[in-house]
Design a binder for this molecule. Sequence first.
Ligand SMILES: [Zn+2]
Length: 90
Amino acid sequence: MHVFVKPINRFLACQVCAGLLFVQREIKMTTTGMTFFDLDWANKSADGAICRRCGFVHTFLGGGLQWLAPDQVKADDLPEDPLAGAAELP
Ligand SMILES: [Zn+2]
């Protein structure tokens, strides 16, 4: 899936390899420390975007992501991928 980051109006590119395809996974953020400091908003689940090429996990709070299948995205709207065509994780 491609990930559109609504607050910055851009598609996500992996921080490590600049990949453009991700797998979505919920990430639990519960910690007693956050409750102690009255930061319960930080305890909610995060949206994890796992890079399909290198496995790096990008973690987002706040629901600012929109997940789109590749056939819903115009290639011209995506950032440049300098490693396009490289192998991806299974
Ligand atoms: Zn990557």
